[in-house]
Design a protein around this ligand. Structure first.
Ligand SMILES: *[C@@H]1O[C@H](CO)[C@@H](O)[C@H](O)[C@H]1NC(C)=O
Length: 352
């Protein structure tokens, strides 16, 4: 083995601008751990209890992540903090729209007049990092591109079990992805974004390279969000594709017979799912770590599929009709734009 050479390390003269970008991304990738440690620290000192006990009472009584109350926590001010711009500039992440969307809230009167939106985000990638930057914060200029369309990014409920972290997420408008919660948020005229493919799709993540020129997504059986839209009415489905989301990490292909493969298979059999082994770069080196690569992510919203009227208990053929229209629009936004982002020869494949 050769000794490590200096070119694998981040140079000392890295401009401050880039350092701040790295700090922002490192913060995002470690924030849930930082919050967890902070909680432990709080409980470790009697002085901390003064804060921790009242908080805990609130924590067990407050159901904001589950009942749509995120709309009252949504803070445009927090969403536009500078750190989120740094976060977006790191990759960089950019946000584009195929067509403008009619505002839900009229700008001058702030009256709810327009439709609400359900953004479907594809593909999940390892961490949906583009969704966080472009939709979970204002770092890419969401409020300028979609004025009058407040939006909640939806994520797994476990994250809201970490004290304080939950409040941090709620302030960004991020809330838990359950049917009831989604219905409530839409009821309050706030739009939502769902990463439709979920954990199953993250397993399919594979960066583009010379040999791998395919994007695989999970969508065929994912119809819950279509039903949600039909049961809500006055809502539009907006397929959203993130070019580059799958390129932010390297994936370790585990070979059959290796211990890693055995661990993954054991997890799959016993817990029902497994996680891909991913890596990228570190804070101070470019070779190995959990910090994503600086690879551009372009988040492009497609044309809305409007559902004007509410359909109570929608029959299968109605659901399937809108599901197919959604798929058509997703493919349209993909094929109309792939040339611009280096995906010119890459096909999109709905594999499940
Ligand atoms: C949502 O907007 C509609 C008009 O589009 C309005 O009638 C309704 O009262 C609003 N809902 C809430 C909870 O503000």
């Amino acid at each position: 083995m050769s000794p490590p050479t200096l070119e694998h390390c981040t140079p000392l003269n890295t401009p401050l601008r880039r350092r701040l970008q790295t700090v922002a991304v490192a913060w995002h990738c470690s924030s849930f751990v930082v919050f967890t440690l902070f909680n432990l620290m709080l409980w470790a000192s009697p002085l901390g209890w003064l804060l921790a006990i009242p908080y805990l009472i609130y924590f067990f009584r407050d159901k904001s992540p589950a009942n749509g109350a995120v709309v009252r926590r949504y803070s445009p001010w927090f969403r536009s903090w500078r750190i989120w711009t740094w976060y977006c500039h790191y990759f960089p992440i950019s946000l584009h729209r195929s067509v403008p969307l009619e505002p839900t809230f009229t700008q001058d009167t702030n009256e709810p007049t327009g439709p609400r939106y359900i953004f479907g985000y594809h593909p999940h990638g390892i961490g949906a990092l583009g969704a966080f930057g472009a939709i979970g914060t204002d770092g890419c200029g969401w409020s300028r591109l979609f004025p009058g369309v407040p939006v909640s990014l939806m994520t797994l409920v476990n994250q809201f079990h970490i004290p304080l972290y939950r409040d941090y997420l709620l302030a960004l408008g991020i809330t838990s992805v359950s049917r009831k919660n989604a219905l409530r948020v839409l009821h309050y005229n706030q739009s939502i974004c769902i990463v439709v493919g979920g954990a199953r799709e993250s397993l399919l993540t594979q960066p583009m390279d010379k040999a791998h020129r395919r994007i695989e997504i999970i969508l065929h059986k994912r119809k819950g969000f279509i039903k949600l839209a039909l049961e809500t009415g006055n809502v539009a489905l907006v397929p959203t594709f993130a070019f580059g989301e799958t390129d932010t990490y390297s994936i370790l292909r585990t070979e059959e017979g290796s211990w890693l493969h055995a661990v993954q298979m054991w997890l799959k059999t016993n817990i029902g799912f497994t996680i891909p082994v991913f890596y990228a770069r570190g804070l101070f080196n470019y070779d190995f770590g959990l910090l994503p690569y600086r690879k551009p992510i372009a988040v492009v919203t497609g044309r809305p599929v409007h559902i004007p009227e509410r359909v109570h208990a929608p029959p299968d053929d109605v659901v399937n009709h809108y599901h197919q229209r959604y798929i058509d629009e997703l493919k349209r936004v993909y094929y109309d734009n792939r040339q611009n982002y280096g995906y010119g020869d890459v096909e999109i494949d709905i594999v499940g």
